[in-house]
Design a protein around this ligand. Structure first.
Ligand code: PA5
Length: 442
C-alpha cells in the first residue's frame, strides 16, 4: 500500500526476537481471524471494526451541519467528556492544528475540553474565559453517568442558560450518548437537545470515528471526510502493517520488554500518544499481564527521560512515530560572528536537524539495548491521521487476543470509582463507606 503509514520493524528484531516473531506469525493470524469472525472475548464490542466503511455521506453531512450550527453562533465550544469520550477528538485536533491556535484569531470557535479532570481551578479558569462570550457545549458520555463530565456539564449548562438564555442553550448544546439509557439521554430528551448516538457495540476508546470524535473535530474546522477516508484505506488494506506491529511488540514483550515507549519528534503528536496510551493500556492491562504503554515527546524529553531510556533498566522498547513532511519551512540563518557555533547547519531547514536527531536517537537507543519500531506517517493530514487511528485500533484488537486477554472491557477502572463514591457518601455505597472508614482508622 503506497501513500500510507508504514511499520518498520527491522531495528526491533535481534536474532532471538526475530525468531520469536517468526514463531508468532500463526498466533497473530489466528488472533486476527478471531477478531474478524467475532468469535473472541468481548465480541459484542466490535462495532469499530467496520465502522469507517459504514459511515455514510449522510452521516458526515449531518455532523458537518451540527458543527456549522455551533460554528455560526459560538466563540467557544466546550467538549465535555473523559477517557474515550475525550482523548480521540483532542488528539486529532491537536495533530492538525496550528500549535498556537489558542492565541491566534480564527474564523471559527475555539474548541475547549472540560470534564476530563476534577480540577476546581481548571473549571474556574475556563468559566472565567468564556464568561461574557457566546459558547456552545458538546457533552459526551456513553454511560451518561460519569462523574467528571457530569460535574462539568452541570456547571457549564447552568452558566450558559443564565448567560445566554434557555433558547440559545438548547440550540447550542449537543449530547452524544447511548441510544436509550443513562442520565444524559433522559436529560437530553427532556431539554430537547440535538443528540448523536454512541453505538452499543463501540467502546469508548474505540469511538473516535463516531460523532464522539467527529463532531468536535468538525467544529474545529477539520475535514472529517478525509479523516474517515484515511481510516477506510487502513480498514481495507492495512492488515500487513497491523500484523507486523502486533507480532513485533508481542515478540519483544516475550523477550522481557515490558514497557513500550511511544516516541514522537513532532510536538503536534503529544495527544495522539495520550489517546494511544488509553487504547492499549485499557485494552491490554489485565490479569496481571500487558505491555505498559508510556510516551515521550522528543527532542524535549531527551533532555529528561533520555538518560533513563538510554541507560536505565533494559525492559523497554520504543515505537517512533516518524513524520515525513512538515507543513512549513524554516531555514536556520547564517551569522557572521558564529558565536554559538551553529554556522555548520546554516542554510538547512529545522526539520533536517530534527530528522538527524531522530536518526541519531534511534541508533543510540538500539545500541543501548532499546529495540526500535518505526511507524512512518507521510504527513500530519486528516487522511494519514485517519489511517493511524484505524491501524492502532485493529492492531490493539489483534495484539490483545495474542496476549490472551479481552481487549474490549475495562473492569479495573471501577475500583477507584467505588472508593470515591463511598467517600462522597453517594447513596447506595453505605457498606463500602463503612469498610473504608474502618480501613482508614487502622
Ligand atoms: O474507554 C472507555 O470505555 C472509557 O475510557 C470511557 O470512555 C470513559 O470512562 C468515559 O465513559 P463515558 O463515555 O461513559 O462517560
Amino acid at each position: 500500500m503506497n501513500n500510507s503509514i508504514q511499520v518498520i520493524s527491522k531495528f526491533a528484531l535481534d536474532e532471538k526476537t526475530a525468531k520469536r516473531a517468526q514463531e508468532l506469525q500463526a498466533c497473530a493470524l489466528a488472533a486476527k481471524q478471531t477478531l474478524e469472525s467475532g468469535s473472541g472475548l468481548g465480541n459484542d464490542f466490535l462495532g469499530w471494526l467496520h465502522l469507517p466503511s459504514s459511515i455514510s455521506d449522510d452521516d458526515l453531512r449531518d455532523i458537518n451541519a451540527s458543527a456549522a450550527q455551533l460554528r455560526s453562533e459560538c466563540e467557544y465550544v466546550i467538549s465535555i467528556g473523559i477517557g474515550g469520550s475525550y482523548l480521540g477528538g483532542k488528539a486529532v485536533i491537536e495533530a492538525l492544528s496550528d500549535h498556537f491556535a489558542a492565541y491566534k484569531k480564527a474564523d471559527g470557535p475555539k474548541v475547549l475540553f472540560a470534564g476530563s479532570n476534577i480540577g476546581e481551578d481548571y473549571l474556574y479558569d475556563m468559566m472565567d474565559l468564556v464568561r461574557g462570550h457566546r459558547f456552545g457545549i458538546i457533552v459526551i458520555s456513553k454511560s451518561g453517568t460519569t462523574t467528571e463530565p457530569g460535574i462539568a456539564f452541570r456547571i457549564f449548562k447552568d452558566m450558559l442558560e443564565k448567560q445566554e438564555g434557555k433558547e440559545f442553550a438548547q440550540r447550542n448544546i449537543i449530547a452524544i450518548t447511548d441510544a436509550h439509557r443513562g442520565a444524559l439521554r433522559d436529560l437530553a430528551t427532556q431539554e430537547g437537545y440535538a443528540t448523536y448516538v454512541i453505538p452499543d457495540n463501540v467502546g469508548g476508546r474505540f469511538s473516535v470515528l463516531t460523532p464522539v470524535g467527529l463532531l468536535p473535530i468538525a467544529v474545529a474546522g477539520f475535514d472529517i471526510r478525509a479523516l474517515v477516508a484515511g481510516a477506510v484505506e487502513m480498514e481495507q488494506g492495512g492488515d500487513e502493517q497491523v500484523l507486523n506491529y502486533a507480532i513485533t511488540r508481542n515478540a519483544l514483550y516475550q523477550q522481557g520488554k515490558k514497557i513500550e515507549v511511544l516516541a514522537n519528534f513532532a510536538p503536534r503528536l503529544h495527544f495522539m500518544a495520550e489517546w494511544w496510551k488509553q487504547l492499549y493500556g485499557e485494552s491490554e492491562g489485565k490479569g496481571h499481564k500487558g505491555i505498559f504503554p508510556a510516551s515521550v515527546d522528543f527532542t524535549t524529553d531527551l533532555h529528561s527521560m533520555g538518560q533513563m531510556i538510554q541507560d536505565g533498566e533494559r525492559t523497554l522498547f520504543e515505537t517512533v512515530l516518524s513524520v515525513g513532511d512538515q507543513q512549513h519551512e524554516v531555514i536556520i540563518p547564517s551569522d557572521d560572528k558564529d558565536l554559538d557555533g551553529l554556522n555548520y547547519i546554516a542554510g538547512k531547514n529545522v526539520d533536517y536537524v530534527n530528522k538527524m536527531a531522530e536518526l541519531g536517537t534511534r541508533l543510540a537507543h538500539v545500541d543501548g539495548g532499546v529495540p526500535n519500531l518505526i511507524i512512518t506517517i507521510p504527513a500530519l493530514t486528516e487522511r494519514y491521521i485517519g489511517q493511524l487511528i484505524y491501524f492502532f485500533e485493529k492492531a490493539c484488537g489483534v495484539s490483545g487476543y495474542m496476549l490472551g486477554v479481552n481487549p474490549f472491557d475495562q473492569p479495573g477502572v471501577e475500583a477507584y470509582k467505588k472508593n470515591m463514591f463511598a467517600l462522597l457518601n453517594k447513596p447506595g455505597y453505605e457498606e463500602a463507606s463503612a469498610a473504608i472508614q474502618a480501613k482508614l482508622k487502622n
